[in-house]
Design a protein. Structure first.
Lengths: 311, 311, 311, 311, 311, 311
C-alpha cells in the first residue's frame, strides 16, 4: 500500500521558461530509459518477485518507490520549463493570446506541438521525439541475476542520456533536476551492481557508466559532496532489509561507502503552478468559480461545526 | 514524495490457479481502462494541476495514490492465478517440466504465451489481447471540468469492464479482487461526480454506470455492506482537503453518504510467491544461493555488531 | 459532403453465431488490407487529389464511398456472428450469465477477449490478431500511377485474404459477406487495372489476383452470374465521370465488359441487434428506460402538434 | 449505404500557405480527439447499436455522417495550407526545386518532414506530433449512457484543442475551418448532453466545455449568429428520428433552442488542388498525359455515340 | 557489403507439423529479445561504431552477421512447423480445403490467425503474442561498455526465453533449432562477457544466464560436446580481429576455452518448401505456370548459346 | 548463411555535416518504404518461398542481400551527416560542450532530439518523423504474382521518396548516397517488372516510376552512364539463376538491356567514424583505454607466438 506527502525530493530551481529544454527533458520522463520505465519496471519486479530473497526484493522495491517521486519531480520540472513559455528568452514572445495574438511562434519553439495543444503546457507521458511511453519497455524476467543486470543497464543508459541532456542546456531549472537525477542514477547503479557483487562479480573500474568525472558539472558536484550518489532510501513505513545489500564499499571500487537511509535527509516544497487562461486551464468562468468557492467554503464550515459539536 | 508499507489493500483469496482468468484480468491491469491508466492519468493530472483549487487537487491525487495500490493488488492476483497454472482445473496438467514433460498445453491454456515465455508466470503491463500499455491512454487536459468528466468516464468504463470480467469466471481469487475493484470504481465514480456536483450538475438517477444492482454479486454485496463503495482515502501523511468535496449525500442520489478517511480501515498481508524452477525464477543455482545467503548473513552480523558498538 | 440511407449493400444471411468466424472476419475489417484501410486510403487519395484528371479522381472517390458501406456491412456481420455467441455450435454454451454462470468458456471461444470485455459482442477496429488499425496503413503518394498500382496491390491482397477466410469456415453468415467482398474486390481490381490500361499497360492473363476460378465457391458464383464483379457504382448525388474509365473490355482479358452504375441494383434491410443484458448493453435499468421512453414520446407529441399548428 | 456530393460543408477561405498551421491542424484531423476519431467512433457505435432506442441511434449516426464531411473539410484545408508552402510568409521561399534549388528550408518549416517526402504536400492520417492514427482511440462500449458520456468528453476535448489551435495562428484559411469546427463541436456537445438530459441529468452552467464566450473569436461569432452551433443535420436520404432528442431548450441552459435539419442550409464548392511537379504529383510525363487524355476522350465520344444510338 | 550461400547454419530436423510450437518459436524470431533484434542491434552498433577499437568492432559485427543466418534458420523452422499444419497430431485435421472443407479448426490450432490468413503458413515478423517487431527494440548507445553490457543482457534474455520454449514442446523440429540457439546464445554471452573481462570485470560464477546445466537437454548436450557453445565465427571474407578478444579462458570460469573460426565447421542443405494451393501460394494457374516455365527455359537456352558463342 | 566484407557498395562523399539532411535521409533507412523494409521484406519472401520457381526465388533473394548493404551504406551516410554536426553551415555551432557550452541549438538543428540524446550522432531505426520501424511494414503473401507486384510498388515508392529527398538538400554527402539509391531502385523496379513480364504483362511506357528523366540530376547521370540502373547483382558465393529473368530488354521499353553480375564492379573503403567525447562514445576513460589496449596487445602476441610454435 502506498502513501504520499506533498513535498519534493529535490527543489525546482527558478529560471526562465525554456520549451526546448522541457522537450529534451521528456526523454528522462517518458523515454525508453526514463523515469516512467524505471518506476514501472521495478514495481513489476517487486510485485512479481519469487522466492525468499527478501533483501533483494526490498532493494528493488525501495528504488521503485523512489522512482515515483522522480516521475513527480521531473513532471513538475517540465511543467515549470513550459509554463509561461511565451516569455522565453528575453521576453521574445508576448503574453500568449494577448489581444488575440497568435501563439504559433511560441508553439513552434516547443518542438512537440502537443505541449500546447494537448498538455496545457504540462508534462506528457512521451519521449523527446513525441512517441508515447510503451508497456514493452518494462523488463521483468523473473530470473534474479538477469533482472539485476537489466536494471544496471537501465540505470546506466538513463545516466548516459541525462549527462547528454545536461550538456544541451544551461537553463538552471533543467540543470538542477538533471544533476540530481545523474547523482541518483549513479546511486542506483551502485545498488544493482552491489547486489551482483554479493553473487561474486567484481566490477573493477568500469563503474559508474558512463565512466567520467561527473563532478565537473558544478550542480552534480554539490550533490556528490553531500553524498547523494552513495545513499539509498527505502521509503518503507514498516522497515526494510535493503541495508543487508546496500552497505559497505561501493562497487565503483573508489573507496566510497554505501549508506541506507529511510528517506532523504531533506525534502522541498512543491511550488504549484499558475492558471493559464490561453489554455483554458483550469478554465472555470467567474460564475462557476464562485459556485465552486462557495460550495467548498460552506462544506468546510459545516464540517468544522460538525467536528466541533463532536468534540 | 511517496512511501510504502508491505501490505495489501484487499486480501488475495485462495483458489485453484486459472490462467484464462489471469489473462482476462490483464485487461483490468494493463487495458485502456485498467489500473495502470487510472494511476498514471491521475498522477499526471495532479502533477500538472494549475490554479488554487486545492480540494480538487487533493481529491484527484488521493485517488491516484490509491491506484498504485490497485496496480499492486491486481498484479499479485494475476501472478497468483498464473502460478502453478499447470495444476489448473482438477490437476489436469502435471507439474510443469516434471521428467522433462512439455508444457505447451499449459502454455496454450494461458492464452497469452508471454505469460510463460516472457513473464515467468507473473503479471505483464499488457491488456487481455496482449497489447502493451500505451502512454496515449493518459488524458490530462488541464481543464478542470473536462478532466473530471473524463475521469468519470474512465471509472465508469473500468467498472463496466470489471462487471463483465466478474461474470466470466467463478474462480474465487479472481472474484475477490474484481469485486473489490467494482466497489472501489463505484466510489471513484462518486468522487468525480461529486466534484462536478459542486459546480452545479445534478446526476439524477444515472449513477453508478453501469446502472444495475451490483450487490447481486455476493462478493460485492459484502463490501457494499461494509460501506467500501462510499469511502475515499487520501493516503496523505501530511493531511488533505479531499473531504471538502468528498462528503455529504452521494451523487447516486440514493440516500447514501460519502465519507473521507486517511486510509482503509483494514489492510492485508502480502502472501509472497514461490520459486518456479521451470521458469528459472529466481534461478540461483545452489552455489550462487549459498554465496548470496552467506554474504547477506555476514553483512547483517557486521551491521549488528557495528550498531551495538555504536550504542 | 456525405449522405446515408439505412440499408445494406448485401444481405446479412442467418446462421448460428460463431465467434471464431467473427474473429477471422476482423482481418477483413481492421486488418492491414481490410475495408477500413481501403476506405481511408481512397478517401485520402480523393481529398488530396492533384491536377485535372477528373475521371481518375471520380473513379477513386466512387470506390472510397463504397468502402464505407463495406465497413458497415462487415461490422454488422461480425456483430451478428458474435451475438448470442454462447449458443454457438449445438448450443454448447448456455445463455451467458444465466443463474450467475461464468462465461469464460464462451469468451475463450471468441479468441480475442476484447469482443466480450470491451466490445459488448460487437465489431472492433482491430485485425484478427488483435492489433488496432493504424494510420500508417494508408498510402497516399500523390503520384497517380503509383497510387493506382498501390490500390491494385491493396485490392488483390484483400481478395487473397478473403479467399483464405472463405475457406476457414462453413458458417453461412460469414460466407455470404465474404463472397460478396471477393466479388467486389475483383471489381475494384478491374477498376484500378483499367485505369492503368488507359496509360498503356497490358495485363495479359495475370488478373484477377489470386488467379483462380472463384466461381467454384457457390456463393461467389451467384454474384458473378449476376455480374457483380464487373460493375462499379459511383454513389454520387451529382453525377460522376467514372464511366470514362470504367467501361469497355475488362482488363482480365476474358471477354467480359465493365459497367458503371449510380448505385447497386438492390439494397437490403438492416436487421438491427438485440439487447444483451450480460454486457449491460444498452444497459438502461427500468426506471431510466421508462424516463427515456416517456420523454421521447412527449417530445414527439409536442413536435407533432407544433407541426400541425404551423400547417 | 453511403452517398456523396462533390461540395464542402464550409468554404476554404483563401490566404497564404502556412505549413506550421497545417501541421497544428493535423491534430484536428488525425489526433486522438480529432475528426477521424469522431467519425470512426460514431460509425462503430451506430453499426454496433443494440436495442430499440431508435432516436438515440439516429442521433449518433447522424453526427457520424457529418464527421466524414469534417474529415473531408479539414483534409482539404491542410492540403491548401501546405500547397505552395515554399511561397510561405512573404515569398520567403522560392519556387521549390527551381533551377535545382534545395527545398530543405521549406521542408523544415513544415515541421513534419512527411508532408514533403511522403504526402506530396497533402493531409496525412497523423496527429500534430506525427503519430499515426490508432484504432484504440475508438470507444464503443455498448452501454448507452456510457457511450453518450464518452462522446460528450470527446467533443469537449475536440473543442478545447481547436480553441487552442485557433489562437496559434492568424492564417485565415486555418481560422475559417477551425472556427467552423468549434461551432459544430459545440452543437455536438449539445446533442450528447441533451440525450443525457432525457435521462434526467441537469448540466446547470458547465456547458459548453471549455466554458468561455467563443463569440469573441470573430469567425466563430458569425457562425453563432447564423445559429450553426445549435443545429444538427441528419444527412439521411430516408428520414431520421433525431429530432425526438435534438429539439427544445439547449442543455447549455442559456435560453437557446436546438433545431434538427436534414442538411446544412448552404454548401460550398470544392476548390481542387494544382499539380506540384516537385512532388511528381500527379507525375504523368507529356507522353503519358497525352495518352491518358486521348483514351479518355475517345471513350467519352464512344459512350456518347453509343448513348445517342440507344436513344 | 554482404554475401550469401544457400545453406543453413543448422539442419531442419523432420517431425510432424505443430502450429502451436511454431507460434511459440515466433518469440525467438520477432520477439523483443529474438533474432531480428539481435541482428539489427549488432548491425546498427557496428555501422555506428566510433573510435579505433577494431577488435571490439569486429566481435560485434561478426555476431551480427551470424544473426542474419539465425533469422534464416528460425524462419525456415517456423515455416516447416506450420506447413501442412492440418495434419498436426495424429492427422486430426484433414487436408485443408479438401472437398471445400473449412479450415477453421486448423487455423485455431495456429493461435495467431495471421499464420493462415496473412503469412501463407510461413514465418511472420511478430512475436508469440502477435505484436509486430519494433525499431525501438534496438539499443545502440555509442558507449562501448554500455553496449557490451546491453548485449550481454540481450543474449541472456534470449537464452532464458529459448530454454523456456524448449520445455514447452517435444516436437523435434522445434527442439533441434531451439537447442542450437541455446548453445549459440551461450557462445554470444561468452563473447560479450569476455569483451568486458578485457576491461577488468570478473564474472565469477554467474555465467551463463540462466545458470543451470543445459546439457540435461539431450539436443543441447550433443552441441556442447561438439564445442558449439565456445566457438565464434566471424563470417568475414577479408579477415577479422575478433580473435584478439574471443580466445583464452571462457568467462564462465569453468575451465573451457574460447575459439574463433572463420565460419562453422559444417553447413546444411535448405529443404525448400512445397506449394500450398489452399493459400494460393505461389498461386500460378496452369496457363501462367506454362508461360513462366517456357520463358525461363528459352532465356536459359539463349544465354547458354550466347555464352558458348563467346567462348 | 551470410558473409561480409568490410567495404561499401558506394563511396561516402565528403561534405559539411548537415543534421537536417541526416534526418530526411532517415526516411530512406527506417521509413515505411526505406531500406530496412526492402531488406526484411525480401528476406522474408525468400525464406518463406514456396514451390520450385528457382529463378524467381534467386531474383528476390539477390536483391534482399543487396539491401543489407544499402542499410549499411545509408546508416553510415546518416552518421557522417550527423557527425560533428555542431560545425554545420559555416561553423555556426562551436565544438559541442567546449568549455561547458550548451548544445541545445545544435540538437534543435537535428530535428529529432534522439540523434543527440539516444543515438550518439548515429543512424537510428526510425523514419524522418521519428516513428520506429515496424514489422507490419513487411508484406510476404506467399502468392508470387502479388509479391512481385507489391515489390514493384515498394521500389517505386522508395524511388519517389528518394527523388524528393534529393531535391531537399544540396549537401554532397546526402546527394551521392541518394543518387546511388535512385539508380538502384530503378534497377530493382526493372527486376520485379521483368519478372511480371515473363508472365505476360507489358508495361508500355509507365516505367520507371516516378516517370521523369532522373539523369537531369548530375550525380544520377554519372551512375546511369555507367549502367548502374540496369545491372543486378546476386551476391551468391554458390551461383544463382537470377539471370534467367534479369536479362534481355528492360521493361522500361527504352532500348536498354538488363545485365546480371555476381557483385558490383567496384567497392569502396569504409571511412570509419571518430570518437565523440560529448556523447561519451566510445567513452573509455584513460585507465580503461590503457587496459583494453594492453590486454589486446598481449593476446595478439600470445596468439602469434602460439601460431609460430605450431608452425
Amino acid at each position: 500500500m502506498f502513501y504520499h506527502a506533498q513535498k519534493l525530493i529535490n527543489p525546482i530551481v527558478a529560471d526562465e521558461p525554456d520549451p526546448s529544454a522541457a522537450n529534451a527533458l521528456q526523454e528522462g520522463l517518458g523515454g525508453q530509459f526514463g523515469e516512467m520505465r524505471t518506476m514501472m519496471q521495478y514495481l513489476f519486479q517487486s510485485f512479481n518477485f519469487r522466492g525468499d530473497g527478501k533483501a533483494y526484493h526490498d532493494l528493488i522495491q525501495g528504488i521503485a518507490i523512489e522512482e515515483i517521486s522522480h516521475v513527480e519531480l521531473i513532471s513538475k520540472t517540465i511543467s515549470r520549463l513550459l509554463d509561461g513559455a511565451p516569455e522565453y528568452h528575453g521576453k521574445k514572445f508576448d503574453v500568449p493570446g494577448k489581444g488575440g495574438a497568435a501563439t504559433m511562434e511560441m508553439a513552434k519553439e516547443q518542438q512537440n506541438p502537443h505541449h500546447f495543444i494537448v498538455g496545457a503546457q504540462g508534462a506528457l507521458p512521451v519521449d523527446a521525439a513525441g512517441n508515447p511511453w510503451c508497456g514493452s519497455y518494462v523488463h521483468c524476467n523473473g530470473n534474479l541475476i538477469l533482472d539485476l543486470l537489466d536494471n544496471l543497464v537501465l540505470e546506466s543508459t538513463g545516466r548516459l542520456q541525462k549527462c547528454r541532456i545536461y550538456q544541451m542546456s544551461k537553463n538552471k531549472t533543467l540543470r538542477a533536476t538533471v544533476a540530481f537525477l545523474i547523482a541518483r542514477d549513479e546511486a542506483h547503479e551502485m545498488a544493482f551492481a552491489k547486489a551482483l557483487e554479493t553473487l561474486g562479480v567484481d566490477w573493477a573500474k568500469i563503474l559508474p557508466i558512463p565512466k567520467f568525472d561527473s563532478s565537473k558539472y558544478p550542480e552534480v558536484k554539490k550533490l556528490i559532496d553531500a553524498g547523494i550518489n552513495r545513499e539509498q532510501y527505502h521509503f518503507r513505513l514498516d522497515g526494510s532489509q535493503m541495508a543487508a545489500i546496500f552497505s559497505g564499499p561501493a562497487p565503483a571500487n573508489d573507496g566510497t561507502e554505501l549508506i541506507t537511509l529511510a528517506e532523504p535527509k531533506q525534502s522541498y516544497p512543491d511550488p504549484g503552478a499558475p492558471e493559464r487562461p490561453e489554455e483554458f486551464a483550469p478554465g472555470l468562468d467567474p460564475e462557476l468559480q464562485a459556485l465552486a468557492d462557495a460550495l467548498v467554503e460552506v462544506k468546510v464550515k459545516i464540517q468544522k461545526s460538525a467536528k466541533e459539536s463532536k468534540e
